[in-house]
Design a protein around this ligand. Sequence first.
Ligand code: NAD
Length: 537
Amino acid sequence: MLPVLARHTARSLYATSRWGLASLSSVPESAHAHGTAPPTTKLLINGDFVDSQTSQWVDVVCPATQDVVSKLPLTTPDEFNAAVAAAKAAFPGWRDTPVSTRARVMLKFQHLIRENWDELAKLVTQEQGKTFLDARGDVFRGLEVVEAAAGIAPLMMGETVENVASGIDCYSYRQPLGVCAGICPFNFPAMVPLWLFPMAVTAGNTFVLKPSERDPGASMALADLAQQAGLPKGVLNVVHGTHDVVNAILDHPDIKAVSFVGSDAAGRHVYSRAAASGKRVQSNMGAKNHAVVLPDADVDATVKAIAGAAFGAAGQRCMAISAVVFVGGFERWKEPLLEAARSLKVDGGMEPGADVGPMISKEAKARAESIIGKSVEQGAQLLLDGRGVKVPKYPRGNFVGPTLLGGVRPGMACYDEEIFGPVLVCLEAPDLDSAIALVNSNEHGNGTAIFTHSGAAARKFQHEIGVGMVGINVPIPVPLPFFSFTGWRGSFAGDLHMYGRAGVQFYTQPKTVTAKWSMPAKAPRGGRIPGLDQVGA
Ligand code: NAD
């Protein structure tokens, strides 16, 4: 266990944490529960965790209790500029650090994450609300990217062609860009930051990270661990805030590339504004992920997979299944699916047996409930209503229980909008072609899954579907980090996807050298070649 995360009790951590971390010992323990003032989250600038001088603060709220876990500063322009300046100043030295040395920092970092896995997961549960099991998965999926970053060198190799003209060779290699920035959503507070800065810095860049203002704790703990692993001062900096600091990132001339993960509206804004100021951008956005169920699919395995993918993490996953298309009719699937949904336990994330935690905020809960109501008015059948679910131990939590809507069609609010809650909408299609056409006409193209025993049907689906990540009897097909996270259409803007080979290409640029070296026509007196004697030849 690492000292900074392990040696303190929850209470002493308030006073001693370097980044303003809240309690690690349990959920929903918080400063509120102790009658003390909530801690303030710090900034990380040039290797130091510092207090912000801002007068504007945002409450980080536990979604299960409404307790204020910590206060988050809206970084001032001077502080933001200092973070970028630190990253810029650190770049030349870090770029020239051997790639194997940079990779070794990631080897140490992944070890420290493993040692502190549970503590990081508790932070995630406390601030984001998801169950402890899901939170451990959140950390693990990010950890896998750190492991991949430790093996970055082969992905940075260039190309060589000898003798492109007489005695002339041509070769390329990949160089880092400079200062890069990452803007994160609330729903994966550990995984998404780890998608971004480990690849970027191991490729030789320096970084400014902007965590979600709703759950910054995991980012702060990870930044501390990365520094303990050996990241030099200024290589990773962390700023906090909302729109203003994001816009500052998009406009700053010293930031060369921006990675964004979040909603459609913000992602489109980030893409166009950052591109307009000449930056590279990769923008992962919203989703409506369809499962297509063929009549030959195994009933038990399929409903279990779909219920977990739809309602797990309270539906707040960009790869959650939020729509299911039953080919040949819904009727025989209805009862098993209802049974699977009803069996899930709605509770605080640290409670034993909890399957579905609270949604992130009161506003998110109210929005989900309003979309359910509107869709029923539009003709959807309310097969299971999660509104008003009671969780006795957490009466103030933002809970919505698993909700199942039948008879859904495009044009209904529950289909047209990304609800980002534990709501599954059920549609029907007469055949596979119609199901594929339906999925392809949706604006989003993040993930999809088909459930069938037919290899031929699965092959047709994977070939014709206009979605970037496809599962075959796998409900949430998030690619491991030696591939990339390949959302399509409305779910992604940019050219190079996150992590994997594409991620390394995003954070590096090729330089191509054309070289001609001729031996002197005649060796000078003594047979020595000028210059070579100075290098000991
Ligand atoms: P969000 O767009 O509200 O916030 C994301 C980030 O953008 C935050 O850091 C926030 O401070 C900033 N931001 C928000 N609005 C902004 C604006 N108008 N101008 C400038 N900055 C702004 O997203 P969220 O609610 O935190 O996350 C949920 C969304 O993220 C869902 O739509 C989900 O599908 C999506 N998501 C996508 C992926 C993916 O890989 N495609 C992964 C995770 C989450």
